[in-house]
Design a protein around this ligand. Structure first.
Ligand code: CDP
Length: 222
């Protein structure tokens, strides 16, 4: 079973995905971290994230240890991530790893939750359930600003808002795997929801979808 969770930056999809994975005892893959690690690797090599070749090299050489780097939470990592993520060669270099987690979740888990931008549309088009988590951009900026401060990073609200708008536009308008809800995704707007309310709403959607999938496989078996 695969649960695909997509949505714009700071929509709360990461918190939600982690809680859902814990609830079902599924594996969890934060695919944004992969792009962040590639973006950071390019910056650290003194390269330009807009340079497709440099970004592709970094994606092919991605070291799992780099995914543990605390610097990945920073906004410069997010900005570099969305630049490297626009290159088709980077996206295809990271594809097998993501599909592998969905197809054979690590540690023998019965399922996987993947969160990102193109999980429901490109990486796992056959996911059991697809959620597209969103919220107003001001609400998202407020959440991200607080999150950065809580982690001890410097943050200015107006700058965070501008960064999110810029990143949303780049993620939405790119040609390869643009951010959009899959046709069969459930859109969850969390603007007026607490994290607990978003979790409850997501759980209702997932349970209904699982029931439907089981009924369908039962019908096919008859
Ligand atoms: O945590 P936040 O929502 O701010 O971002 P993230 O999920 O860590 O992703 C960082 C950037 O990576 C995004 O702005 C996208 O450009 C890119 N990304 C992507 O293109 N595809 C994914 N599946 C995940 C992230």
């Amino acid at each position: 079973m695969t649960i695909a969770i997509d949505g714009p930056a700071a929509s709360g999809k990461g918190t939600l995905a982690r809680r859902i994975a814990t609830h079902f005892d599924f594996a969890y893959l934060d695919t944004g971290k992969l792009y962040r690690a590639v973006g950071m690797a390019v910056l650290r090599n003194g390269g330009d994230p807009a340079d497709e070749e440099a970004a592709e090299d970094a994606a092919r050489a991605l070291d799992p240890v780099a995914l543990e780097d605390e610097a990945l939470a920073r906004d410069d990592a997010a900005r570099a991530a969305s630049q490297v993520a626009a290159h088709p060669a980077v996206r295809s270099a990271l594809m097998d790893l993501q599909r592998g987690v969905a197809a054979s979740p690590p540690e023998g888990k019965a399922g996987a939750v993947l969160d990102g931008r193109d999980i429901g549309t490109v990486i796992c088009p056959d996911a059991t359930v697809k959620l597209f988590v969103t919220a107003d951009v001001e609400v998202r900026a407020d959440r991200r600003h607080k999150e950065l401060l809580d982690r001890g990073n410097a943050s200015i609200y107006a700058r965070v808002l501008e960064d999110l708008r810029e990143r949303d536009a780049r993620d939405r308008d790119r040609e390869t795997a643009p951010m959009r809800p899959a046709d069969d995704a459930h859109v969850l707007d969390t603007s007026d929801m607490t994290a607990d309310a978003a979790f409850d709403a997501a759980l209702d959607l997932i349970e209904a979808a699982v029931r439907e999938a089981l009924e369908k496989s039962g019908d096919e078996a008859e």
